[in-house]
Design a binder for this molecule. Structure first.
Ligand code: GTP
Ligand code: MG
Length: 561
């Protein structure tokens, strides 16, 4: 048994007064509960709570100066006889043909006007409403002013409509007087189907053993004891139990007194609703329990989700392409100018993925709306890994929750699964890969490459010119010497060698920088993809966990008597 059920059960205190404001606060708590769990728990489990909120709202809005009391029992137990005896008028026909009463009759003590809305709400037809206010006995009846007494059909009827009518009214009235007779007081139907169900309404339950005159006087206490024992078994320990005789005014005194006290207290309506709240709270307790889940999905599950999202988003393909693109672009900027042009002929690896290509070569922003990139679609394995990771997030988040909740958490985690691919793609497309800027050192190395190449070209031109002059027999050029080597030769060979040397020295640096660019982009993309996971998977899960916490707190407030 959970804390809440325990608290509700312990809270029964016989004729303890119910504070109207406290009751309204409890009903508000039930309302808050329903708002918190709306759409998360099966509607069928919430029907009693919705019914309570609706009924209690109506009852409290109607007259609180009236007390609606129903006479309920098996056919022939004497409900109509008691009704007439209390009213001291023949209002509800009493008969030998069973069942006699087919529709509910009502008698109001005091003016009918105030009670009419209440009777409209209970659905008693106007032609079956009576007023017990006669000038002759006005004083005798004052003690019952405010009583609205209902004579119900039999609940064990051969007529199904009677039973439905009884069940409907038992859900609405403020106090029930269960009428049993010496023959049928131990019948299973009344105990199993009715009295036991009312054990949370002990303080608005009265049981009368009618037709007591049919028993030898010495037998009455024995039958009452037996009945008391049965009531104890029904969970109705302590409810008022009286013997009545409808055909003898002296045999009505005890019941009349009990009704006068009830009417004077004006507590029955509140107690009945308090009992209803107790019943509903205990019913809901199983759905909510008292678990205090961790603040949200745990870190290991979130890391797993982020890895799966990165896989499904194609982050490895993009980072790979970034590394290659870096090498490609750096090579084009710093490579040996003699072969640089040839490099440019090869496509940029990022362009192939429809990611920002070489500077100024941005993809069309309109493409960003849907399927912005051409990053390969996730494979079946990546898709199933993502499914599993989402499941793991939900399972871990719902691990401590009662059985009704994990389903809601899983649905929330998967609720935006359909939007994920586009969201991931847009994120990849919108992430700055940091390759737009041409680093200064590329330009310096590139400039150096041009210089040495220029030197080689000058040397070559010089040599060619020297050969040409010699071939034409013209005066020779004076080749300055650097050490043993003529300057043009030095320029040509030195330039070519220096170009190759710079290219060879730059290559490992480019590789290293490309790996760094790849790591940087990987970090950036992983963070962005994690944001998508947060928005599309974790946030819906947190919302459900928040609803759970609100529902649990609301139910705890509703349980507070
Ligand atoms: N001796 C005796 N007879 C009673 C008493 N109360 C009711 N009766 C008789 O029991 C029979 C049934 O009484 P009703 O008042 O019609 O019983 P009911 O519970 O209204 O029956 P339904 O309307 O069919 O559900 C009638 O013949 C009554 O006269 C009582 O206290 N003593
Ligand atoms: Mg009757």
């Amino acid at each position: 048994m959970s804390n809440i059920a325990g608290r509700v059960r312990e809270a029964f205190r016989g004729d303890q007064r119910v504070d109207a404001d406290a009751l309204i606060a409890r009903l508000d708590a039930v309302r808050r509960f329903l708002t918190a769990v709306d759409g998360l728990l099966p509607d069928a489990d919430l029907v009693p709570a919705h019914t309570l909120v609706e009924r209690a709202g109506s009852r409290l809005a109607l007259s609180r100066d009236h007390t609606v009391v129903a006479l309920a029992g098996a056919t022939g137990s004497g409900k109509s006889s008691l009704f007439n005896a209390l009213a001291q008028l023949e209002l509800s026909p009493v008969g030998v043909r069973r069942p006699t009463t087919g529709v509910t009759h009502a008698c109001v003590w005091g003016p009918l006007e105030g009670a009419n809305h209440l009777l409209d709400w209970t659905g008693v037809l106007p032609r079956h409403r009576f007023v017990r206010e006669s000038a002759l006995d006005a004083d005798d009846e004052t003690a019952l002013h405010g009583l609205v007494l209902l004579d119900l059909p039999d609940f064990d009827s051969v007529q199904r409509s009677h039973r439905l009518e009884v069940d409907r009214l038992l859900g609405l009235v403020d106090l029930v007087v269960w009428v049993v007779d010496p023959q049928k007081y131990a019948d299973r139907v009344i105990h199993d189907s009715y009295l036991r169900e009312f054990h949370r309404h002990r303080d608005v339950t009265v049981v009368v053993l009618n037709q007591a005159d049919r028993l030898p006087p010495a037998e009455v206490p024995r039958v009452l004891d037996d009945l008391r024992r049965l009531l104890d078994t029904d969970g109705l320990t302590g409810v008022p139990l009286l013997a009545t005789t409808a055909i003898d005014p002296a045999g009505m005194v005890g019941l009349r007194d009990a009704l006068e006290r009830t009417v004077a207290e004006r507590q029955a309506a509140l107690r009945r609703l308090a009992g209803d709240v107790d019943t509903v709270v205990v019913g809901l307790d199983e759905l909510v329990g008292s678990a205090r889940p961790a603040g949200g999905p745990d870190d290991a599950a979130i890391n797993g989700l982020n890895r799966a999202l990165a896989g499904a988003a194609g982050v490895p393909a993009v980072t790979e392409a970034v590394e290659r693109a870096y090498r490609h672009r750096a090579g084009a900027a710093t490579g040996w100018p003699v072969v640089r042009g040839w490099r440019r002929l090869r496509p940029d690896p990022l362009r192939r993925l429809h990611l920002p290509g070489p500077s100024g070569d941005q993809p069309d922003p309109a493409e960003n709306l849907v399927a912005a990139t051409s990053v390969p679609d996730p494979t079946a394995a990546q898709r199933s890994a993502l499914g599993l990771a989402i499941r793991a997030v939900a399972d871990r988040a719902a691990a401590d929750l009662p059985a009704a909740w994990p389903g809601a958490v899983t649905s929330a985690a998967r609720s935006r699964l359909g939007d994920l691919p586009d969201a991931l793609d847009r994120t990849i497309a919108g992430t700055d890969l940091g390759l737009d800027r041409r680093p200064l050192w590329w330009r310096i190395v590139g400039g150096a490459q041009w210089l040495v190449t220029l030197a080689a070209v000058v040397g070559l031109g010089w040599l060619v010119l020297g050969y040409a002059l010699r071939a034409l027999g013209l005066p020779r050029l004076d080749n300055p010497m650097v050490g043993q080597v003529p300057l043009p030769t030095l320029l040509l060979l030195g330039g070519l060698l220096a170009g190759l040397l710079v290219a060879a020295l730059t290559r490992p640096v480019v590789r290293w920088a490309a790996r760094r660019a790849r790591d940087r982009v990987e970090q950036r993309l992983t963070a962005r993809v994690a944001q998508v996971g947060d928005e599309y998977v974790l946030t819906p899960v947190r919302i459900v966990l928040g609803s759970y916490a609100q529902a649990r707190d609301a139910l705890r407030d509703a349980a507070r008597r």
